[in-house]
Design a protein around this ligand. Sequence first.
Ligand code: IVH
Length: 691
Amino acid sequence: MAPRSKPSKQVQERAAWLRDAITRHDERYYAHDAPEISDAEYDELKREIIAIEAEFPQLVTLDSPTSRVGAPAVTTFAPVTHRVPMTSLDNAMDETELAAWGERVAKGLNGAKHAFTCEPKIDGLALSIRYEDGVLVQAATRGDGKVGEDVTENVKTIAVVPKRLVAPKGVAMPSVLEVRGEVYMPIAVFRQLKAAKEAENEERVRAGKKPESVPANPRNAGAGSLRQKDPTITASRQLAFWAYQLGEVVGTPAFASHHESLEYLRSFGFPVNPEIRLVKDLQGVSEFCENWIEHRHDLDYEIDGVVVKVDDLAQRELLGFTSRAPRWAIAVKFPPEERNTLLKDIQVSVGRTGRVTPFAVLEPVLVAGSTVSMATLHNREQVAVKDVRVGDTVIVRKAGDVIPEVVGPVLSLRPKGCKEWVFPSTCPCELKSTLVQEEGVADTRCVEPACPFQRDQRIMYFASRGAMDIEGLGEKTVYALSDLGLVEDVGDLYFLIVEQLLQVEGFAELSATNLLAAIDASKSRPLPKLLTALGIKHLGPAASETLARRFGSLDRIMEASAEELSAVVGVGEVIAESISSWFAKRENKKLIEKLRKGGVQFGNVQVSTLPQNLEGKAVVVTGTIAGYSREEAEAAIKDRGGKSPGSVSAKTYCLVVGEAPGASKVTKAEELGIPIIGGEQFEKLLATGSI
Ligand code: IVH
């Protein structure tokens, strides 16, 4: 054996620090349901101490967090000693660590064949529920793995947890059955609770009171709800439960495998997760993990990984336990969606309509695979309700495709002297115009028409994908053009020349020519795009499309009265008024003339002269109609004022079924009771507008 090396003083001190830190974080997580660091950061500390202790076993102490599971045994609820300890799980942070675990298992089983059960890892609170002769007698949290807290009365309020068991026909009632699983708060319930608490806080803030803390995520909300002194509060929180493991059992059949034991639990009425799968090898495990990394947000509960368990119970016996966790199971952790970071500053941005939005400037942090350094704080009220202050450690969350969000501050880490943030009274642009907050509206606005920030945003919007789609005209270039005074409104874009672009930092002959070509190409964008690009309040792409079809050119739209505009289905009075007043403004009239002079095409839509007898009606076509291609059939509907969406919904007027139709559209129409007509009736539909 290699001689044991001696840890340096530095390593010894680090180990002691890690032990203290982990103990403190355990306490905050388990006893107060108010962690100060994210799960990912906690895992990092834990892995570091494990690595140090593995290298220097002489540093392992009796109270080391590596030989303890979860919380230091606690306090307010009566203690319950677990007859079978509730161990934790080792983690695999990536494929390599999963493969290494797989190898250890294969080695431990001397290469014998073995299957795995894969289970979503519920981000909730572990619970052991004990039944004696079919009656729920005790429920306990995990605590430190040996001693947990008695939460029986609270668990009895969870609707999906059976209070009294009914044995399936021909199956004996076990005299003791301990069921382990996870209590959680469904996401929908969490959202409701959070919204209600936030609304309460808005009221409090308006009344000049301090906002109360809002649970950061379903886990904290679920744990807090379970550990209520008053079970009626727990009952009101609609908690749920998934069973995934047996504890002590007396009088059950001798199970050969884990999945058999889960089936047994299911047959007694326990909720067992329907997503659990038995797979034959690590390839199957990887596929299961990949699927849930992609689809984790399709579930109504939060998962933070996948738990993989050797299925055969005899094989589990062979593998056994380490001091802290079974060798036969592993938790594959997903990339964290929540991290803590420093809120360095709160600044405001000005949008194209003048809306002023506060945003958080963060110490950059990697969340769910991308670095987050900024996040919107929405409006003045939200900052007050969340009570985030410069200098706070804040929880940043980025779930799925959702844009990053500041969940709230970690109050226990707030430095002394942190001041409430005050919304600026003037616009951050050089004009420093006074900001306006309209009565009863959360938004604050800059109403200065010459505000350069608004102007830059309008130009960016004009050039964006859904509008004039000018490739290469991004944020940086817009700022540069505007700083150099080359572009004051979107009309100026069409008069730029190569020499001017060469003044912009980073531009050379080729990039300048390319940008001018892209601007040139945008001159012939279809009318609906141009209409959208003007950025008229309330006028989105759908109404732009309808107006273009009805009027055919920008000039005709400008000439139309508000009444004429609002007579078009899908436009309505608000949009019509907004369009009329936009075109009535002198500066906008000037802009339109500049665009015309610059060569932008104002009308290339053919106006239908046909009667608009399908106006406002959605007609879905499936299969081939004699005499029409698919495009021709859709155009025929649109030319008569109708719409032709690709799928059937409750709003569909009728479904036209041609040759070789798609079965799903027909079934959907039948389900929804939507009228179905044959292809031969299409002509009549076009001519009369009805069926
Ligand atoms: S099995 C001996 N299965 O994850 C095996 N745990 O990090 C004990 N968890 O303490 C646990 N989903 O609170 C198991 N399907 C699942 C789980 C699961 C969530 C939690 C549980 C456990 C922790 C370990």
